[in-house]
Design a protein around this ligand. Structure first.
Ligand SMILES: [Mn+2]
Length: 336
């Protein structure tokens, strides 16, 4: 047996070393990108306050450094502010006017950043996706490529201003980006994302009307039970293959509550039974391997509820994984 090992070990070592050196060289030249950090201290998508501190918490946890250490050219353009006095408020919707103002401003910021960089929107609550996806969809239409959306969330956020009981508009961005009725106060979503182009991962808290509406669509929704039973790789890989085959742009929206509250306590809408650290990193690593992600939301981080910055740190680490941080380089043949 000893002879066997001695005989083969140098061969294995030399093959794998040269393979990984080649791979590393290729990665360094191919994966450097221009990244724009855009702060969106938006806190009006729900009543519980604190998300306005999210961008600065992500900065304090070292987001810019984590990405520049990977070789990316990172530019933090600071925080944007909402357009004001856009529409009248309307009960029972909470802060409708302010939310529309953020939507307009964020759509413009997304449209400005997309042609030259991968924008990372530092939220801010999930209502910011009303604006980011609007802007990204406008850009996708301009460059004539289909837009795909990956929603990593405990919730579907498929409400509309007409169906929400709470009046909290952070529960409506997927309703908006799919072109559901009821968003008259908002800018027209000219290029609604087809249901087929949307995948939701991590669901475990879905209102009955949302579930009924969702089940009438072709949106791919994967709840935590499905992840428990079959793992997270298969549904994600299937979705990424679709994006690749269509030469699509891919917007990823990462809600803190996608993660289990035991590892990510800094969110107002904790739901037990979320993704583990490894499941979340695996999603991000597969996104990087695919090379398909073109924009990213980091949302619902409420630093007021955090424990010594651990949730902010995890969100930074997950973003780094999505942009190429690995323990070891390894083959990613499925997307080559
Ligand atoms: Mn959400």
């Amino acid at each position: 047996m000893t002879a066997h090992i001695v005989h083969y070990a140098p061969f294995i070592l030399s093959v794998s070393t040269s393979y990984f050196l080649d791979r590393a060289k290729k990665d360094i030249s191919m994966s450097k990108q221009s990244v724009t950090l855009i702060g969106a201290p938006m806190d009006c998508g729900k009543r519980r306050q604190g998300c306005l501190m999210g961008p600065d918490s992500l900065r304090t946890a070292g987001l810019e450094r984590a990405l520049s250490d990977l070789g990316h050219a990172v530019h933090d353009q600071g925080n944007i502010t909402p357009d004001i006095n856009t529409v009248a408020d309307r009960a029972p919707l909470f802060a409708l006017s302010e939310t529309v103002g953020w939507t307009t401003a964020l759509a413009a910021a997304a449209q400005n950043a997309m042609p030259h960089s991968l924008p990372v929107f530092m939220g801010g609550d999930h209502a910011l996706s009303l604006g980011t996806v609007l802007g990204v969809a406008r850009h996708a239409a301009q460059v004539q490529r289909p837009l795909f959306v990956l929603w990593l969330d405990a919730h579907t956020d498929f409400h509309t201003p007409d169906t929400t009981d709470s009046g909290n508009l952070h529960g409506t961005p997927v309703g908006y980006l799919t072109g559901r009725a009821g968003f008259d106060a908002f800018p027209v979503f000219e290029h609604a994302v087809p249901h087929d182009n949307i995948a939701m991962l991590g669901l475990r808290s879905v209102d009955a009307p949302e579930r009924a509406a969702l089940q009438d669509t072709d949106i791919s929704y994967v709840d935590m039970r499905a992840i428990d039973e079959h793992g997270i790789v298969a549904p994600l890989t299937a979705f990424l293959e679709k994006v690749k085959a269509a030469n699509g742009l891919l917007h990823v929206s990462l809600d803190v509550d996608f993660l289990d509250p035991s590892i990510a306590p800094a969110v107002g809408t904790t739901v037990p039974g979320g993704a583990t650290v490894r499941e979340a990193h695996l999603v991000m690593e597969l996104l990087h391997d695919s090379g398909l992600m073109t924009s990213l939301d980091l949302v619902e981080l409420n630093p007021f509820l955090d424990e010594r910055g651990r949730t902010a740190q995890l969100m930074v680490d997950l973003t780094a994984s999505a942009l190429g941080r690995t323990v070891f380089d390894r083959p990613t043949l499925s997307f080559q």
